[in-house]
Design a protein around this ligand. Structure first.
Ligand SMILES: [Zn+2]
Ligand SMILES: [Zn+2]
Length: 355
């Protein structure tokens, strides 16, 4: 099969690989689309992966092509989204169902071969059926959609009628903003420094965009809320300025969610620490998303459900679709910033049952 293999840092290359081995309890998935995550770029071009060579890509959906020996639970031919974390099932976190806190997890696309390939092997318990009216392109974005939902759920703040700020209008930020709207937020303020991203927010129907190259986002939000600040601010850019702006934009008992992977150290000025104390502001770390094998209210089912209901639009965030053959050059161009992209999907189109 064809796959984009990371052989060394800075060198993703198209290669022919043997078909994945499919053990008992696992399925062979023919990949429809696999998204390029913000975390894939430093993995491929700066930090490297846990092991190399590796097929990256953990945001994918496809069709069940075959099952391992003595395996049941999902019919061949079904369209599925794939939860990429493979939990050990034996640690305390796994016993509590907190799979993303597993002490000995494996991970498709960062620790073992993932979705930048024609086929991937995954445990059947990691597969969720894709609703008939959800495209595989949308379903490939179940993971970032679930992560964005998790970022808001983790705050514990009911958002009905409250104001929310999202710093960073990349795909994950715009998914978070859509969840805030679904959860009933009064106003969603979206800040970025790239006009094209703010335009994408406009096309999604958002009304309160702040170009942080023109004004201080925190000041703008404080003035738009008459000094009350927002209830929840989500930092979805991973840069020091946006983290500080997020803290400055919340009001009393505000929650600041750290969602963007940090790109640098952040210095908290004493004046801001004092504000965090006096206003009892909390900084919430979030990691990944909740997934359950049989449950009904985890982040993954909620994401697919909102896509099926038409309230969450993931596909409109897609700026590029590339074949596996074209993928290495596209990744290099994005890294070199000669191409500016929102969500990039790679793979071979196998849409066939879109209603
Ligand atoms: Zn991701
Ligand atoms: Zn575990």
């Amino acid at each position: 099969m064809k796959a984009v293999v990371l052989e060394a840092v800075g060198n993703p290359a198209l290669r022919d690989l043997p078909m994945p081995v499919v053990p008992s309890g696992w399925a062979l998935i023919r990949v429809g689309w696999c998204g390029v995550c913000g975390s894939d770029m430093p993995r491929m071009f700066a930090k490297g992966a846990h092991r190399m060579p590796l097929v990256c890509g953990h945001e994918f959906a496809g069709v069940v092509e075959a099952l391992g020996p003595n395996t049941v639970g999902v019919p061949v031919g079904d369209r599925v989204a794939v939860f990429p974390l493979i939990w050990c099932g034996a640690c305390a976190a796994c016993e509590a169902g907190a799979y993303v806190q597993c002490e000995a997890y494996d991970y498709l696309g960062s620790r073992r071969d993932g979705g930048f390939a024609e086929y991937v092997a995954a445990p059947v318990r990691n597969l969720l059926p894709v609703p008939a009216n959800v495209s595989l392109a949308s379903a490939a974005m179940t993971e970032p959609a679930a992560v964005a939902l998790h970022a808001l759920r983790t705050t514990g703040v009911p958002l009905v009628g409250r104001d929310v700020a999202v710093f960073g209008a990349g795909p994950i930020g715009l998914l978070t903003a859509q969840w805030a709207r679904i959860m009933g937020a009064a106003r969603v303020f979206i800040s970025d420094i790239v006009a094209a991203r703010l335009d994408m927010a406009v096309s999604l129907g958002f009304k309160f965009m702040i170009d942080a190259t023109e004004q201080s986002a925190a000041q703008a939000i404080q003035s738009l809320t008459n000094g009350a600040g927002v209830a929840v601010a989500v930092e979805a850019a991973g840069v020091p300025q946006t983290l500080l702006a997020a803290v400055r934009s919340v009001g009393r008992s505000g929650r600041v969610t750290l969602l963007g992977n940090p790109s640098a150290d952040v210095t908290l000025p004493a004046e801001l620490i004092s504000r965090i104390m006096r206003q009892e502001i909390a900084l919430c770390g979030v990691w990944n998303s909740t997934y359950s094998v049989l449950g009904a209210s985890d982040d993954w089912r909620a994401a697919l459900g909102a896509m099926a209901a038409g309230t969450l639009d993931a596909e409109c965030l897609v700026s590029h679709r590339a074949s596996l053959t074209a993928t290495p050059d596209l990744l290099r161009a994005i890294h070199a910033r000669t191409v500016s992209a929102a969500k990039v999907l790679v793979g071979a189109p196998i849409e066939r049952t879109v209603v």
